[in-house]
Ligand binder design. Structure first.
Ligand SMILES: *Cc1c(COP(=O)(O)O)cnc(C)c1O
Length: 487
């Protein structure tokens, strides 16, 4: 597999292998790596896996991409899905309404869809680092879900260290406990006094600090990234869209070749990009419906072709993993549709002027694949209540998808909603939607579990008993010294 740089490289060498793109994910001019070609994912490929398990499908797709990772490491990576609730079917697709199916992407160890990609990705990154005799640092700043999933995948892995910054008081109890109870000598979790923006900015400053870089060099530590700028994560986010399609065939909801809609609750657009690549490579998806919360920049982009950060401030919502204004994977769509020269122009305008507008022709191209809508917190709570009354409990991120399902479909085709978190991670919000008075996550978990007779997975219940091993909380200007002490 060959990847190339989304903003070009002024005639310099611009193509790298899959493993190089994983280890060193940032490309020239601040761009990303994107595949130059996609393997066939049309019915002729997909139908061969109608009776295969998830790992077999995943392995075959990675082979079709021709990744430069040996089979032993690939198999070890995919064995991570054995830790999911049902190893034979890590992603259950559940019928919720006549033509509405929810793909539950959250049955992994941290109960969020981040596990789908981060679990195998962690094994591959560590394996590559070890075989090269190199040591890597992953620095995460999290508003909630990325942190736990990154820590969980890299805990006790060779040749990798992880530092994870979270805004103190800015995460749910469950998310915080998932991080501060994660015990391993290669992990350092640091609470920062401030909000998520402060935390993320502190990380950015550190990444561009010469002093910090030279300290890393002295210790022979290289930097990589585990967020969805890393194509190594995106590749695992293509597989489950194929799996979802096959599940509908297996359930006799559709015949092979019939089209479906896919609804994706989006933030950094990694999940949506996976669906886009699958559609482009032939998977019969009529359209990808993008749902947002009140941070509705993706709605404007897809409806009007406007990506405009001026006069926008991040609004904290009930679906915090989608509280994003600079959605990084949009760049890979721009590159795929309009090429490197235009992508560089648009992204530089965004970086420097805080906006860009697509031409009407370009907008039409985007709208061939995507439609978009957003959901306010108030509507989201109503959806949670409505579906709970029908017997299905969903988290606030998944709830944003219901506006798309109800308003964006032009035909009544079977529809897959990607559910990105289990209700247990956002139980206080879910409780308030259901009219249950709960002061803490623990109260909310117990009350909902009792009222709806659903169980709380052990990995969540146990968090409240576990020893807290990371107690560091610092001001922004102390982060570097804390990290260097750890390294
Ligand atoms: C990360 C995340 C999202 C957003 O996914 P992207 O791939 O960044 O668009 C949505 N919901 C939950 C619960 C998440 O953790």
């Amino acid at each position: 597999m060959v990847l190339t740089q989304t903003r070009g490289n002024d005639g310099q060498k611009s193509e790298v292998s899959f493993s190089e793109a994983i280890l060193n994910p940032s490309a020239s001019f601040g761009g990303l790596y994107a595949p130059t070609e996609l393997p066939d994912m049309s019915i002729s490929f997909v139908s061969e896996y109608l009776y295969s398990d998830y790992k077999t499908l995943a392995f075959s797709l990675l082979k079709a991409f021709n990744v430069d990772i040996d089979d032993e490491l690939l198999n070890r990576a995919l064995e991570q899905y054995d830790k999911f609730d049902n190893p034979n079917n890590p992603v259950p697709v559940v019928k919720v309404d006549e033509d509405l199916f929810v793909s539950e992407l959250y049955h992994g160890p941290t109960r969020a869809f981040k596990d789908m990609a981060l679990q195998p990705f962690g094994v591959i990154l560590s394996g590559l680092a070890k075989s090269r005799g190199e040591n890597y640092l992953i620095m995460a700043a999290t508003s909630g879900d990325t942190g736990p999933a990154t820590l969980e995948t890299f805990k006790d892995k060779d040749n990798i260290k992880v530092t994870c910054l979270y805004p103190q008081g800015g995460t749910s109890d469950v998310q915080r406990l998932q991080m501060v109870t994660e015990k391993a000598s290669n992990l350092k979790v640091i609470g920062v006094r401030g909000n998520f923006d402060d935390t993320q900015n502190a990380l950015k400053n550190l990444l561009s600090s010469d002093e910090f870089k030279s300290e890393l060099q002295k210790r022979a530590i290289k930097l990589s990234a585990a967020n969805s700028v890393n194509f190594g994560r995106i590749i695992f986010q293509i597989i489950y869209h194929i799996h979802n399609y096959l599940e509908l065939v297996r359930k006799s909801v559709i015949g092979l070749g019939e089209e479906i809609y896919v609804v994706v609750p989006s933030g950094n657009f990694g999940n949506a990009l996976g669906a886009y690549y699958a559609k482009k490579a032939g998977l019969p998806i009529k359209k990808i419906l993008i749902s947002s919360n009140s941070n509705n920049i993706l709605t404007d982009w897809i409806e009007k072709g406007e990506y405009d950060l001026r006069d926008r401030e991040l609004i904290p919502t009930d679906s915090p993993a989608m509280d994003i204004l600079k959605s990084s994977n949009v760049e890979r769509v721009l590159f795929d549709k309009f090429g490197a020269t235009r992508t560089k122009e648009l992204m530089e305008s965004l970086d420097k002027e805080d906006y860009y507008y697509l031409t009407p022709e370009e907008l039409k191209e985007i709208q061939k694949d995507f439609s978009a809508i957003y959901t306010s917190d108030k509507e989201g709570l109503e959806y949670i209540k409505e579906y709970a009354q029908k017997g299905y409990i969903m988290d606030p991120h998944t709830a944003t998808c219901m506006s798309a399902y109800k308003n964006l479909r032009e035909e009544s085709l079977p529809t897959i909603v990607c559910s990105t978190a289990e209700w247990t991670k956002f139980s206080v919000t879910v409780a308030s939607a259901l009219g249950i008075d709960a002061k803490s996550d623990l109260d909310a978990l117990n009350a909902i579990s009792k009222e709806f007779d659903i169980s709380i997975p052990n990995v969540i219940a146990e968090l409240f008993e576990k020893e807290i091993v990371h107690t560091t909380v610092v001001d922004k200007d102390q982060i570097m010294s804390e990290m260097l002490a750890f390294l």
